[in-house]
Design a protein around this ligand. Structure first.
Ligand code: HEC
Length: 113
């Protein structure tokens, strides 16, 4: 069951990555305008200061597209995000992903020992 879910996730990621490359890459400036709706929880640049809301600044663009597409379809089931994602068009998702993926994240990878 766990493996099946992982496979579905990976297969979906590969398919989404392929279709994103074939389509428009998204407009970060338009995404910034659209991100006003997201700021209350994720912060204006995606660096949420409240740990109950994930930091999405600097996340891979394809990951953001996948997450938003999955919230919209219900594959990723979250009541809060579903409400916001259902209002998004494919273009909105690409624009938002272009914007948030370009923001510098406050997250840092610890130095390896
Ligand atoms: C009312 C608060 C709220 C608003 C507004 C909101 N989100 Fe979220 N968002 C959340 C929560 C809570 C989660 C974690 C849900 C989960 O566990 O899957 C989340 C998760 C996400 C994720 C997945 C992050 C990850 O690490 O997998 C993305 C991407 C995302 N939101 C993007 C957005 C975008 C883009 C908008 C604006 C269109 C937005 N959110 C608006 C609360 C919010």
């Amino acid at each position: 069951m766990k493996n099946a879910a992982l496979f579905t996730f990976l297969a979906g990621t590969v398919l989404a990555a392929g279709s994103v490359h074939a389509a428009a890459p998204g407009d970060a400036a338009a995404g910034q305008q659209k991100a006003a709706t997201c700021a209350a929880c994720h912060g204006p640049d995606g660096n949420s200061e409240n740990p109950i809301y994930p930091i999405i600044a600097g996340q891979y663009r394809d990951y953001l597209v996948q997450a938003l597409t999955d919230y919209r379809s219900g594959v990723r089931n979250n009541a809060i995000m579903r409400g916001f994602a259902t209002a998004l068009s494919d273009e909105d998702i690409l624009d938002l992903a272009a914007y948030f993926s370009r923001q510098e994240s406050v997250l840092k990878t610890p130095d390896p020992e």
